[in-house]
Design a protein around this ligand. Sequence first.
Ligand code: OGA
Ligand code: MN
Length: 216
Amino acid sequence: MLQAVALQDPVQDDQANFNAVVNALAGQGWCVIPDFMPPEQWQPLAAEAKQLYAAGEFRLARVGHGDAAKVRPDVRTDRVRWIDPLEATPLQQAYLERMEALRLFINGELSTGLFDFEGHFALYPKGCFYRRHLDRFADAKHRAVSCIQYLNEDWKPEDGGNLRIYLPDGKGKETYTDIQPIGGSAVIFLSDQFHHMVMPSKRERLSLTGWFCKRR
Ligand code: OGA
Ligand code: MN
């Protein structure tokens, strides 16, 4: 008897999503990919993040880079837990492998010279925010492409916590677009081009945030 064929082909889906990312990076410089990660991948990652948080493994996020980095509750109040490739769980390993595949794909299509990837879980407890900023540090310009993978079940507009990305309006001024942190969706943008902020979140908000970096 014939076996049922899987409806979704992960390789095909990746191809379409990866192409969309490359086209966006070469064009407007940013994109939202609604189904970047299927629920069977992001839901267990969300559960793992919550366990790590409950175990006290997250730290107040800092602003700045290297020795100058400091906790600035006036700027951001999220908590982060870096992903250590040497101690990654199988789920985190699968995420890192996927980002590695995307890195190689972007490099092949755009000759961008993305050299490596760094990423962390980010958890915004209720009421937390991250004020307007650019992901590229003034004193360390290695971050080239920002990738935010959302891990939130049933996000509703009234939950707040939108990512607001500021965009040129084409007439020398700026406008913005607001993106809900819906589980499975990802936002990818050129780190040095787009100011952005996380609006105050009215419920716990989870993501996996990472950056493709150039050689330091
Ligand atoms: C960041 C950031 C945005 C988001 O961590 O630098 O801007 O939507 N995150 O979580
Ligand atoms: Mn940012």
